[in-house]
Design a protein around this ligand. Structure first.
Ligand SMILES: Nc1ncnc2c1ncn2[C@@H]1O[C@H](COP(=O)(O)OP(=O)(O)OP(=O)(O)O)[C@@H](O)[C@H]1O
Length: 764
């Protein structure tokens, strides 16, 4: 390692400080510096989880990158700053990479200094371990081939790249400002205030030069001495205004891209943060309508804003010219009156646009619903009724659209042209009553034309801004939801990646208190009569839910078994329902319990499962996992431990590789051991034959556009996906309904072998 890299390296214990320093560099103004140190000997995956736990505090995000040797160079020259992990004989260190400049990298040292280091030296240092291992094989090859010394370095590099292939050789985390960071902070990060000020200055300069050019030409023409010199001066001034216009357009492009990126990432984050029940309740059509409205907002708010900015410069300029002209105060008053009328007309347009938008959104929603249910409609509904409601809905939207178009025409066509008539008319009395020189009439007309241009821009701008505002009202809750802190919370003591070795690799019993190992119970075979410590619980109808003490769900723990999951007096009611689905529901689950949950349809089994898995919040009662409630443990940490496989219709096959579908909850991109674990689980659940049948094996594309998995194959894939997350509590909600008896027994046997507590929801 070169001395400069040595000086710039942070000890791994100060990873939090390094992240905070980088956050400051990105403009993040956090109030609390990160406390604590990363877990000792944590691997890259655990370090990523630890860094993610800082995201809420530092307002930045960390994206792990594991480049191969050939990709390391481009990764280091990426415009985003990053953290990089160094392996040195003295232990692990961290580099804070601010940016790449030519052949150098700018690093931030622990003492706050910026140190420039050679990029290639940094590459070699980061990939040192992999390079040293590969060099043992490469050097003899170079000797054998008698590569001349001057070509040795290049040949070595080429051979190393070939030898190491796609194997990751370094660990970096790209850092960017979080989508959830305060808007002001994000705007400052992309230099928005500075860019907008520059646009305003460029507009103002353009406007002044434009006015000056015509003023000079008019003055000389009406004074009767228009010669080549004046025309040349006019041309020069006019030409010199062009770069300002060009600059403002260029800056507008920059602002548009920056704002669009911020908006999109915030909306995307918001859409993931919204309560899933609410999203479901609103329907797919509503969400698609929102996406369209978000596009509209993005497009029109920026364009309208720029036009409005231009109009704001032109209106006062026109008022000044009119005030200096023969019309004076009368024309200025006319200008003010017309501006007020423009405001009124804009308000009418806004109302019409809002009414249309809400109807159109409703129509999008209904259309999508009809498309999704089209097959059922065609099969089950009489043909005469197919388009019954559609015609009525379309007529309502068309009516709202006609009203909006009328008001749009008033804004875009009547407002600017109406001003021309009013402006000239307001000049007439002065011209008739007094003898005014042609030059002064020309000035007044120039003012009227300038105001015409301003009203033209203003009407365009107002229609766009108001349309954008209507769209904003439809997407703002998503935007605000995106400001919620990330769900990731501090890494817990049991975040041991070794645990991810899954099923066949699991060593000993994982501790229910998340730190200590409990006495291990032998796995229970669910295919036989449940043993005394794993009773099949009968779920009564919600209305007859018994009080806590007699709750049949309560697992009968052996006296020594420590409690893993404990629910006390849980109550839950859906927002639009009067009666609670769950009331006074209590249960305790110990490590390796096997629980069969039965009950009448609609009795609340799935609802209880969603509460236990942290998908819904109980309205009353307490729910503890190893003695910790959800806010303390962290929402994501909870979900990683209590994993629910929902009912078939609630689960999803992504249009991606089979491997991705299996490993999405575990780690992606996956490592070799993840693929091996996926294969093990697939074979355990009887999916081995499917892997053989699919030409691409684990890498076969599945989903709507790929290999169409059968109902039973999908159900088992969903179960495999959950097992691969190495849960502490696995909840299977009617997962084996589509399987033949032989496969049901095989799958039950396999899930019963898992090193976790198991809740099986099933109809007897
Ligand atoms: N999002 C929701 N909004 C309103 N009511 C709901 C919602 N989801 C479920 N319910 C109602 O809550 C009750 C319990 O539903 P739940 O799905 O938990 O029952 P279940 O015992 O799992 O039924 P099944 O065995 O038929 O799957 C049902 O009456 C259901 O209609």
């Amino acid at each position: 390692m070169s001395p400069s890299i040595e000086r710039a390296a942070w000890p791994i214990e100060r990873l939090g400080d390094a992240a905070a320093a980088l956050a400051q560099h990105l403009g993040s103004t956090f109030t609390q510096p990160p406390a604590g140190t990363p877990p000792t000997d944590a691997d890259a995956w655990a370090l990523t989880r630890w860094l993610e736990s800082l995201e809420a505090t530092l307002h930045i995000t960390f994206h792990p990158v594991e480049p191969s040797l050939s990709r390391l160079g481009p990764v280091l020259t990426h415009p985003l700053p990053s953290l990089a992990l160094l392996h040195t004989p003295q232990g692990r260190r961290v580099l804070v990479i601010l940016r790449a400049t030519g052949r150098c990298l700018a690093l931030l040292a622990p003492d706050g200094r910026r140190i420039e280091v050679d990029r290639h030296a940094a590459e070699d240092t980061l990939a040192h371990a992999a390079l040293t291992a590969a060099a043992r094989h490469i050097e003899p090859l170079l000797d054998l081939a008698a590569v001349p010394p001057r070509r040795r370095a290049a040949t070595r590099r080429a051979l190393l790249e070939d030898w190491l292939g796609e194997q990751p050789v370094a660990q970096l985390w790209r850092v960017r400002i979080a989508a959830a960071a305060p808007v002001r902070q994000q705007a400052a990060h992309v230099h928005l205030p500075r860019l907008v000020s520059l646009i305003a200055i460029a507009f103002a300069a353009y406007q002044l030069l434009f006015l000056a050019s015509w003023w000079a030409l008019g003055e000389s023409a009406f004074a009767g001495h228009l010669d080549a010199g004046w025309i040349a001066a006019w041309t020069l001034v006019l030409l010199s205004s062009a770069p300002f216009l060009q600059a403002s357009s260029w800056l507008q492009g920059h602002v548009s891209i920056a704002v669009a990126r911020l908006l999109k990432s915030r909306l995307l984050r918001g859409s993931l943060a919204v309560d899933p029940d609410r999203l479901k309740h609103e329907g797919i059509g509503h969400q698609i309508g929102r996406v369209i409205e978000a596009e509209t907002f993005e497009l029109l708010s920026l364009n309208g804003g720029f036009l409005g900015l231009l109009a704001l410069f032109q209106l006062p300029a026109a008022a000044t010219v009119l005030a200096l002209g023969p019309g004076g105060a009368v024309q200025v008053l006319a200008l003010l009156a017309w501006s007020a009328l423009t405001g009124l007309s804009a308000l009418r347009f806004y109302r019409a646009r809002a009414a249309w938008s809400h109807r159109a959104l409703r129509l999008t929603h209904d259309t999508i619903e009809r498309m999704v249910g089209n097959r059922t409609r065609l099969l089950q509904q009489p043909e005469a009724a197919w388009h019954h409601d559609e015609d009525r809905d379309l007529a309502a939207v068309a009516e709202a659209a006609a009203r909006m178009d009328q008001r749009d025409v008033v804004m875009r066509a009547v407002i600017p042209r109406g001003w021309l008539v009013l402006g000239v008319a307001s000049l007439l009395p002065t011209v008739i009553e007094q003898r005014i020189s042609t030059a002064r009439i020309a000035i007044a007309l120039g003012g009227v034309l300038l105001a015409y241009q301003a009203f033209y821009l203003l009407s365009q701008s107002l229609t766009q801004i108001l349309t954008a505002h209507v769209s904003w009202t439809l997407v703002r809750d998503l935007f605000h939801a995106g400001a919620a802190p990330p769900l990731t919370l501090p890494l817990c003591p049991d975040e041991d990646p070794a645990r991810n070795a899954v099923v066949s690799d699991a060593h000993g019993d994982p501790p229910p208190d998340l730190t200590e190992a409990p006495p291990g119970d032998p796995p229970t075979d669910l295919t036989e009569t449940p043993p005394a410590d794993a009773p099949a619980a009968q779920m009564p109808p919600a209305a007859q839910m018994p009080p806590a003490a007699q709750m049949p769900l309560a697992a009968q723990l052996p006296p020594s078994a420590p409690v893993l999951l404990e629910a006390t007096n849980l109550a839950f009611r859906y927002p639009d329902r009067a009666a609670p689905v769950l009331d006074q529901c209590s249960l305790t689950i110990a490590h390796r319990d096997r629980i069969l949950l039965c009950g009448s349809s609609g009795g609340g089994k799935s609802t209880l499962a969603s509460l236990l898995a942290g998908l819904r919040e109980p309205q009353e009662g307490t729910l503890l996992l190893a003695g910790l409630d959800r806010p303390t443990l962290g929402h994501e940490a909870w979900r990683r431990r209590v994993v629910l496989v929902p009912q078939f219709h609630e689960n999803h096959v992504f249009t991606a590789s089979f491997a991705f579908n299996l490993l999405v909850g575990r780690r992606w991109p996956a490592h070799d051991e993840d693929y091996r674990a996926a294969e093990t689980v697939c074979h355990g659940l009887g999916l081995g034959k499917l892997l053989e049948r699919m030409p691409g094996g684990l890498m076969e594309m599945v989903g709507e556009a790929g290999w169409r998995l059968s109902h039973g194959e999908r159900s088992r894939m969903f179960v495999a996906r959950a097992i691969l997350q190495s849960p502490r509590v696995l909840i299977l909600d009617e997962c084996f309904g589509a399987l033949d008896p032989q496969n049901v027994l095989r799958c039950l046997d396999y899930v019963a072998q898992q090193d976790c507590s198991l809740i099986l929801i099933s109809h007897p």
